[in-house]
Design a protein around this ligand. Structure first.
Ligand code: CP
Ligand code: NVA
Length: 315
């Protein structure tokens, strides 16, 4: 019998129930970091980067070690990836060496191509379209601060067409969070992602709001989130990625319009004085350092969960 391999290429690859299982496991692993050892042996995980990284690299390498495994961390440019070998063949070959592949790359189609050849889970460690591991950590952080996720109001401000906006929308509504995306004209989420998020929201009862009005977007929000205005790979895209974004900066005046106990998230790296001010990032409502830490716990939980899907040995 052929085993169906479960990949994590985008946030809605997990059902609401599955996402809740991963988040519960993440909370448990935060308290007991060595409780799960599915990679004992050691078994290997390939961790490949085609873009820069600090948090993703450190959290995956450390997390894999804590699960008893060995991380093979490589710069994609030093491999044969997409050079002389198809991505599908690469997925087929890597599956003979490692138990999972974690990959930071450009277009989502590259991840889909590798997954089509792989017999082991492929995990999206950031693509142009999605950053689903980050959003698991964001949801874990929100749950720690707010208890239940269902019915929370989250407002993202900035580039609505980037990976974080897309993943917050898709992963957020999966958790039952009402998501508002506020960005300047021309920077709204891609229609096919909105469609997927609306389909998921119909299952969970969550809402999605798209707006170009940052002031109205934050009123009553439980969480404000932002991200760089220029994502990796967009440095020379010819668009003005500063001027139109200024009204979307998270500063103390904007934060004051959110709920009194609102928290502020940022996946980091932050561009202080651009999308967020020092006063907010370093202020009492900022949870960005816990959020960064939770990358470790959430990704460990994800790996444990994905590996258990393969063996049928549910954690
Ligand atoms: N937030 C995030 O993914 O950070 P890195 O780019 O440093 O991995
Ligand atoms: N949107 C950003 C996220 C960095 C973690 C980027 O893709 O560069």
């Amino acid at each position: 019998m052929t085993t169906v391999v479960k990949h994590f290429l985008r946030d809605d690859d997990l059902t609401p129930e599955q996402q809740a299982e991963v988040l519960e496991l993440a909370a448990r692993l935060k308290k007991a970091p060595f409780a799960e050892r599915p990679l004992e042996g050691p078994r290997g995980v390939g961790v490949i980067f085609e873009k820069n990284s600090t948090r993703t690299r450190f959290s995956f390498e450390m997390g894999i070690a804590q699960l008893g495994g060995h991380a093979i961390v490589v710069d994609g440019r030093s491999t044969q990836l997409g050079r002389e070998e198809t991505l599908q063949d690469t997925g087929r070959v890597l599956s003979r060496y490692v138990d999972a592949v974690v990959w930071r790359t450009f277009g989502q189609k590259r991840l889909e191509a590798m997954a089509s050849g792989a017999d082991v889970p492929i995990v999206n460690a950031l693509s142009d379209e999605f950053h689903p591991c980050q959003v698991l950590a964001d949801l874990q952080t929100l749950a720690e601060r707010k208890g239940s996720l269902k019915g929370l109001k989250l407002t993202y401000l900035g580039d609505g067409a980037n990976n974080m906006a897309h993943s917050l929308m898709l992963g957020g509504v999966t958790a039952g969070v009402d998501v508002t995306i506020a960005g300047p004209e021309g920077f709204a989420p891609l229609p096919w992602v909105v469609e997927a998020a609306r389909a998921r929201a119909a299952d969970t009862g969550a809402t999605i709001t798209l707006t170009e009005d940052p002031q109205a977007a934050v009123v009553g929000a439980d969480a404000l989130v932002t991200d760089t205005w220029t994502s990796m790979g967009q440095e020379n895209d010819g668009l003005d990625r500063v001027g139109p974004f200024r009204p979307f900066q998270i500063n103390e005046a904007l934060l004051a319009k959110a709920a009194a106990d609102a928290v502020v998230l940022h996946c980091l790296p932050a561009h202080r004085g651009e999308e967020i001010t020092d006063a907010v990032l370093d202020g009492p409502q900022s949870v960005v350092w816990d959020e960064a830490e939770n990358r470790l716990h959430a990704q460990k939980a994800l790996l444990v969960w994905l590996l258990a899907q393969r063996t049928g040995d549910r954690p």
